[in-house]
Write a protein that binds this ligand. Structure first.
Ligand SMILES: [Zn+2]
Length: 307
């Protein structure tokens, strides 16, 4: 069993300021934990390439891509929204983040690895077709899904999003494209205040109240996600892997534990085994308490890699 680990040094250079929770230390904490556990040597490591204009254009409006290129600073910082900033490394880092998912899709589709984890930032699932927001510039997981459809000829791709925030960007991009199923669990009402009533046959939104426990989370997945995924029979499973629903993460008020991330990973692997030739591409989204983030990614990757 082989698992790819894809990142790029530029993902550590994108920096939105010393008090911003979406910080380079997130990747350092994850990598420290993977090294300490002896898992890093078990993974096949790759450097992300830049996503091409053509790859980004499949999910983003041309005017938006032009705007990002135009405002990307050569010094100082510019704000995309109230909490999404760009420093001189943000644009190239965002291109590598999206490119990592494209590369991961190519690797699993060519059966060079069974699954892949993209340890990247900026994250992506809040980025809509024509608007970045919520720490996200390009919708990395959506770029990967669109690449699988366009280049690898797939007709059914699923995205499982267990970040504590609704994947509004991914929904915005694929709402009218039933080749893509999005399953999203999220605290509600909570940022970005979408998703509670916007689902359809292939957008499976599962709002969870503040205080939801790991046990309740598992029951919701069993009730809503798994039957939908079984019926959809995805040929490739992507994961928007945010770890900010962890009980130690004060970004949210859900009560997940390390063990819940292991559990959901195993459940998604079972879906991929039945329908997708085991192909999974997991993409880092949120997760802001560094210790629980690193432990949860370790649990996720131990399960994915069979370590
Ligand atoms: Zn989040």
């Amino acid at each position: 069993m082989h698992t790819a680990y894809i990142s790029h040094a530029l993902c550590l250079k994108h920096d939105m300021g010393s008090h911003h929770p979406e910080c380079p230390a997130r990747i350092q904490a994850i990598e420290d934990r993977l090294i300490a556990a002896g898992l890093m040597d078990w993974l096949q490591r790759y450097e992300a390439s830049e996503a091409t204009h053509e790859q980004l254009l499949r999910v983003h409006a041309p005017e938006y891509l032009q705007r990002i290129a135009d405002i990307a600073p050569s010094e100082g910082m510019v704000a995309l929204d109230g909490d999404t900033l760009m420093n001189p490394f943000s644009y190239p880092a965002a291109l590598r983040a999206a490119g990592a998912v494209v590369e991961a899709v190519d690797l699993v589709m060519r059966a060079e690895v069974e699954n892949a984890f993209c340890c990247i930032r900026p994250p992506g699932h809040h980025a809509e077709r024509a608007q970045g927001m919520g720490f996200c510039i390009f919708n990395n997981v959506a770029v990967g899904a669109a690449h699988a459809l366009a280049v690898h000829g797939l007709s059914r791709v699923a995205i499982a999003d267990f970040d504590v925030h609704h994947g509004n960007g991914t929904e915005d991009i694929f709402r009218d494209d039933d080749r893509v199923m999005l399953c999203s669990t999220f605290q509600h009402p909570f940022y970005p205040y979408s998703g509670a009533d916007s689902g359809n046959a292939h957008i499976i939104n599962v709002p969870l109240a503040a205080g939801t426990t790991g046990e309740d989370f598992r029951a919701a997945i069993e009730q809503h996600w798994l039957p939908a995924l079984e019926e959809f029979r995805p040929e490739l499973l992507l994961i928007s892997a945010g770890f900010d629903a962890h009980r130690d993460d004060d970004m949210s008020m859900l009560g997940l534990s390390d063990a819940d991330y292991d559990w959901i990973t195993a459940k998604l692997m079972a879906v991929a085994e039945r329908h997708a030739g085991r192909r999974i591409v997991s993409v880092l989204e949120g997760g802001y308490e560094l210790n629980s983030l690193a432990r949860s990614v370790l649990a996720h990757l131990k399960r994915l890699s069979g370590f």
